[in-house]
Ligand binder design. Structure first.
Ligand SMILES: [Zn+2]
Length: 275
């Protein structure tokens, strides 16, 4: 929404994309809002420029992010815990500076922001890995805005614990579903009359009770239930993947699991969802 917003040291002024009304978000009121919502994890207000951007632009965003993080940390009085957000774009020295400044504020957990904002996939993995190594392993480390199931696996390997992404829910609404046999688009005609569950290896509400043919019928009819059932499944898939990773780490089998998953049809690439 960069076209609708203005950022200065005070905060962010923006117009609602819904009704055009004017709003101001400051470090203080963003924490108040999250406290009122009862957020378990309250994220500081940060400045996250779109990439590619000039070094000087990212450097000033790091300075503002630290100043805002201090104001957020001091003003927060909600029921959850505040997390700092490391910025710095693709530059290692700026990531280092941002991480060091936030560590001085002693947050209960840290997030890596400013990735997945227009840069190539390899750049995301590189920045996430090097930034994770700058943050204390005994505190939660959270990679914001990522991603595909295979990105979660690479993230966990880099030492990350938390992720958030629109992918499971947005894809579900479009009919793209993650399964143990790969990514499928439930709208395809090959699923017409298919009585099998979406994913025979899944125990979610959707897979236990509905056929692929029925899910296809719902989405092609524009039924709201399609979005709900598909979302239930995709979220179950993502949560199952995180559970599985926790288990294989405890069993000392993470490397083997990673290798198996990456070689399996489940680790699809973009553009393969039409299988
Ligand atoms: Zn399912």
């Amino acid at each position: 929404m960069s076209g609708l917003s203005r950022v200065d040291d005070h905060g962010v002024r923006f117009r609602s994309h819904v009704d055009g009304s004017a709003h101001t978000l400051t470090p203080e009121n963003s924490m108040e809002i999250q406290a009122a919502l009862g957020s378990d994890i309250a994220m500081v207000l940060d400045e996250c420029p779109e990439l590619p951007a000039e070094y000087a632009r990212i450097e000033s965003a790091v300075a503002r992010t630290t100043a805002w993080a201090r104001r957020c940390r001091e003003s927060y009085c909600g029921p959850g815990v505040p997390f700092g957000i490391v910025q710095g774009g693709p530059w290692e020295d700026l990531r280092e500076r941002s991480a060091c400044e936030l560590l001085e504020l002693d947050f209960p957990g840290y997030a890596i922001g400013g990735v997945s904002v227009g840069e190539p996939v390899e750049a995301i993995a590189r920045v996430a890995g090097l930034t994770a190594a700058m943050l204390p392993p005994e505190k939660p480390r959270y990679l914001m805005g990522v991603g595909r199931p295979e990105d979660l696996i690479l993230g966990v390997e880099a030492g990350l614990d938390l992720f958030d992404c629109v992918m499971p829910t947005r894809n579900a609404r479009n009919g793209t579903l993650f399964t143990s046999q790969g990514r499928i688009n439930i709208k395809r005609s090959r699923f017409r009359g298919d009585p099998e569950p979406l994913d025979p290896d899944c125990r979610c509400e959707t897979c236990r009770n509905y056929s692929r043919a029925y899910l296809r019928h719902l989405i092609l009819s524009g039924e709201m239930l399609a979005a709900r059932l598909n979302t239930i499944h995709n979220l179950a898939y993502y949560l199952g993947l995180m559970d599985k990773m926790r288990q294989v780490i405890e069993d000392g089998r993470f490397a083997a699991f990673r290798h198996e998953y990456m070689a399996s049809p489940a680790a699809g690439r973009f553009g393969e969802e039409d299988r």
